[in-house]
Design a binder for this molecule. Structure first.
Ligand SMILES: *Cc1c(COP(=O)(O)O)cnc(C)c1O
Length: 223
């Protein structure tokens, strides 16, 4: 398997306005370096300590994204350098991230995660919950976190039309939030959807950011 070739193949299917997040979780530094040398600069991880270690070991111009659900006490491992946290879904975590943002004197970008799949194992808000969160007094106190868009994961299925309708749903949620809450806020612009198996459908449905792991780096032995 040639990782750089995989990367080039995928890049050729992604329009310039869509950001490719190379999901390197569980993969060794050499794999990251290989496609870093081929020009890739944006990487995603979902384990806080692994992310911290890779940030320490690898070139400093890498843009690191956290793509999972950190426990509150783990946010400290990446708060100082993370460029985007995909997948925040409650006020408690926003408050923890905010506190870390204050500590490091920076504003940390996050995406709200929405539940669009038909799988109970997946996480996320619905539109009503999101509106309640955004209009809460607690949210008004948060100044060192910026919500820059939405994120979601489609059902793991071969049914392309189902996947498509779930991505359409996320796009619709984005549009409603944009009009209802973030009107005039230019930084609210990201729709993070699409993984190895479904990123092309996601792009057709308006994704601005795809998170691709196994199609670049090969299958993972563990999650
Ligand atoms: C692991 C992971 C990915 C990448 O999955 P692949 O199917 O390997 O492309 C994308 N998004 C999230 C949230 C993940 O946890």
């Amino acid at each position: 398997m040639n990782i750089s070739e995989n990367l080039l193949k995928i890049q050729s299917t992604i329009p310039a306005n869509v950001k490719l997040v190379a999901v390197s979780k569980t993969k060794p530094n050499e794999y990251v370096e290989e496609i870093y040398n081929a020009g890739q600069r944006v990487f995603g991880e979902n384990r806080p300590k692994e992310l911290k270690q890779k940030h320490e070991d690898l070139p400093k111009d890498i843009e690191w994204h956290f793509i999972g659900h950190p426990q509150s006490k783990q946010v400290k491992y990446f708060a100082e350098f993370v460029q985007l946290i995909h997948g925040v879904e409650n006020i408690k975590l926003l408050q923890v991230i905010n506190k870390e943002g204050v500590k490091h004197n920076r504003v940390i970008n996050v995406l709200l995660q929405f539940y669009i799949a038909q799988e109970e194992t997946k996480f996320g808000l619905d539109l009503i919950e999101a509106n309640a969160l955004l209009h809460s007094d607690e949210f008004k106190e948060i100044n060192n976190v910026k919500v820059v868009g939405v994120m979601g994961m489609a059902t793991y299925t071969d049914d392309i039309e189902q996947i498509r309708s779930e991505f359409k749903n996320l796009n619709q949620i984005f549009t409603e939030l944009k009009q209802g809450f973030f009107a005039g806020d230019e930084s609210f612009k990201e729709i993070s959807m699409g993984m190895s198996g479904d990123y092309e459908i996601a792009i057709e449905e308006g994704s601005t950011m795809v998170r691709v792991g196994s199609s670049i780096f090969g299958v993972r032995n563990y999650l």
